[in-house]
Write a protein that binds this ligand. Sequence first.
Ligand code: PLP
Length: 283
Amino acid sequence: MRVLIHLDGSVADPDTPQVRVDDLGLLRGDGVFETVLVSGGHARELDKHLDRLERSAGMLDMDTPDRQAWQRAVAAAIERWPEGSEMALKLVYTRGLDSDPGADPTAFALGIEVSEGLLRARAEGIAVVTLERGIDTELAERAPWLLLGAKSLSYGINMAAMREAERRGAEDVIFTAGDGTVLEGPIANVVVADAGTLYTPPPSIGILPGTTQAGLFRAAERAGWSTKIEPLRLEDLRDADGVFLTSSIRKVTRIHTLDGEQLPDSRALHAELAAAYESEYPG
Ligand code: PLP
């Protein structure tokens, strides 16, 4: 099941060609995107996703996306999706055509099903390896043209890291800076739970501000947890009560094994945090 809505509101067939071969998103990964979880007919954290799409587009010197048009496209996708199943809704916004620099950006919303693998990971947890990202934590501020912290379409490195994880017998990755500081996953944020406090690293070190992490922190605070956004080191992960990857489609996924070492059993903690997170949203 898939649904495709162009930003102009037209509904299209996702099984027929829609994008020109000289689209800069295709030729150079030049563009930005978001992936929104739609559950129970509700697009979770849509405002925050649209804020981040705007911010990413700004970092790439692209025109500001038309917020209302995106809201309409999201509503149209939800309308066409069967009730009762979750949808991963990708909002894609490229620089447009190489051959016609004045043309509008290419922009569409593509809804797809959540894969079996991700549903299993949410339920059972995952093994993760740490991989060096080759950056230092001041690089984002020093060199904004590297687009650290923008959700650009250039995800080749992120996908290569996921394949490296698979080669090492794991299902996901935590990137580290050269000095061992914890960054994020290729498609998720890192959240650590320890002694009644949730921790996540600050976006200023060159990582994406996560909408799921923010939603989880809001929910957890309401449930009596403290939350802190501060740098984390690898040792902090090994000693913690629980370590999680958060993303819109992963939700709160428990890490049971880190670099081949089993972490403390955090199943009860995960159940508590996952329930708090779900309580944030209708449906
Ligand atoms: N970090 C990266 C690099 C991502 O690609 C993503 C989402 O795909 C996230 C973090 C998590 O963001 P969110 O919770 O808003 O989905």
